[in-house]
Design a protein around this ligand. Structure first.
Ligand code: 2IT
Length: 447
């Protein structure tokens, strides 16, 4: 296998699918050496098969807004790979959603899910619907119209969607309500991220952020460092940023910046539990403005329009928002301001130039598919509880999540340790995830 040849073919076949091509290139570069030591992979054309989604559903979603006007969006479900289990992955509602974006996310999800140790294949879906400025009633009508098409593609043993950007507990509720009406199936396991009283797992809302901080803690320990007293800058103010801030505070770190599409809020004395609670209000408002934090807490937070969280001096940077949100220039600014660690919590949050800069300038770096896997792992735990018709305590779920994050860190160390003793977490995560999926595909024959 030669990465350059495969990439040239994919670029010609899928011109303009930049996120998808970027995600594939990153994985192929990391696994090329290991892959070429396995002639059986080459013979079965594992890579050529693995970079193509199993299938993509695309559908029109028509709904009526509050003014009575008819609106049309496009919905998708990309079922990427089922080698190690039923399709599993979130739904993203964002104006920029395209097949390329969902293919990149589905591809990443396949390896991430393999890292969790649980039997889940990879998928992603969503729509170019923009939740910004929409009322609760409009969100509900859109979710119902979306499920009208999606319900035939999913099922508890087939494909289990969850939330992602723009899809949280409220949206999962509306989607689940409509699923039951259409399918006349009452198995809670068809979606994860549900409410605690109707099949949801305790700690699922917190899990992505909590898991990310458990992973960061392990990474720091491995490097002989401690998170206590560290200054953390993070991007976003949604579900992931909320969970990450909560756990960062609990572990004794100080969150000095959060951000949004409108700019950054600097918080010199560190975020407080009250401010973390307010993130939920900001998310539910659909205003998509981080400035609201500074308006609500003028003594604590200082808003600067147009700036990113990466302009604020910190020890640890945690991208928690969107792909490619941290550029090479941002990486340089972070280093110049004293940052020495970046754990990517968003999927593909760092641009390739930023990762390269971190890795060649002694900054600890770990990729999203390892750092943020606690979210989907806890979705897997929700599926287990649903299948058994039981509900575990918060303590039980937290212990399992902690164990899974530890095991992901160990897999990264196993496959990513370099001759000088440092760990290349990108390589480690990609090789560990790839080997598991590749082996499963090989054993299941040419399908
Ligand atoms: O990117 C992700 O892993 C998610 N959005 C969560 C997916 C899931 O099925 O819980």
């Amino acid at each position: 296998m030669k990465t350059n040849d495969i990439m040239a073919r994919l670029r010609a076949k899928y011109p303009g699918e930049s996120e998808y091509l970027q995600a594939v290139q990153e994985v192929l570069e990391s696994i090329e050496e290991v892959y070429n030591q396995h002639p059986e992979f080459e013979k079965a054309k594992i890579v050529e098969r693995m970079v193509e989604p199993d299938r993509i559903f695309s559908f029109r979603v028509t709904w009526v807004d509050d003014k009575g006007e008819v609106q049309t969006n496009t919905g998708y479900r990309v079922q990427f790979n089922s080698a190690i289990g039923p399709y599993k992955g979130g739904l993203r509602f964002h104006r920029a959603v395209t097949p390329s974006m969902l293919k990149f996310l589905g591809f990443e999800q396949t390896f991430k899910n393999a890292l969790t140790t649980l039997p889940m294949g990879g998928a992603k879906g969503g729509s170019d619907f923009d939740p910004k400025g929409k009322t609760d009633e409009e969100i509900m009508r859109f979710c119902q119209a979306f499920m009208w098409e999606l319900w035939q593609c999913i099922g508890p043993d087939q494909d289990v969607p969850a939330g992602d950007v723009g899809v949280g507990g409220r949206e999962i509720g509306y989607l689940y309500g409509m699923y039951k009406k259409l399918a006349r199936q009452y198995n809670t396991g068809v979606l994860t991220g549900k409410g605690a009283t109707w099949g949801g797992s305790i700690l699922r809302p917190e899990a992505t952020g909590f898991g990310a901080l458990y992973f960061t803690q392990d990474l720091l320990h491995h490097a002989g460092k401690d998170i206590k007293g560290c200054k953390v800058a993070l991007s976003g103010f949604g579900n992931v940023a909320w969970g990450a801030s909560t756990k960062a505070l609990e572990l004794g770190a100080k969150v000095v910046a959060i951000s949004g599409p409108d700019g950054v809020c600097e918080i010199p004395d560190g975020i407080t539990p009250e401010m973390i609670d307010y993130m939920l209000v900001m998310r539910a408002s659909n205003r998509d403005r981080v400035e609201d934090m500074a308006t609500r807490f003028p003594d604590k937070a200082r808003f600067t329009p147009g700036k990113k969280a990466w302009s604020v001096p910190c020890d640890i940077a945690l991208p928690c928002a969107f792909q490619n949100e941290l550029s090479e220039d941002d990486a340089k600014e972070l280093k110049a301001n004293g940052c020495w660690c970046c754990c990517e919590v968003s999927n593909m949050g760092c641009q390739p130039g930023a990762i390269h800069f971190f890795q060649h300038n002694g900054i600890l770096f770990a990729p999203g598919k390892a750092v943020n896997a606690g979210g989907v792992a806890t979705s897997g735990l929700e599926m287990t509880q649903n299948a058994e018709h039981i509900s575990w305590s918060g303590k039980e779920v937290d212990e399992k999540l902690h164990f899974i994050m530890k095991s992901i860190h160990e897999q990264c160390v196993k496959f990513g340790t370099q001759p000088d003793g440092s760990v290349d977490y990108v390589k480690g995560a990609n090789i560990a995830g790839f080997m598991k999926v590749a082996q499963a595909m090989l054993e299941q024959g040419t399908v």
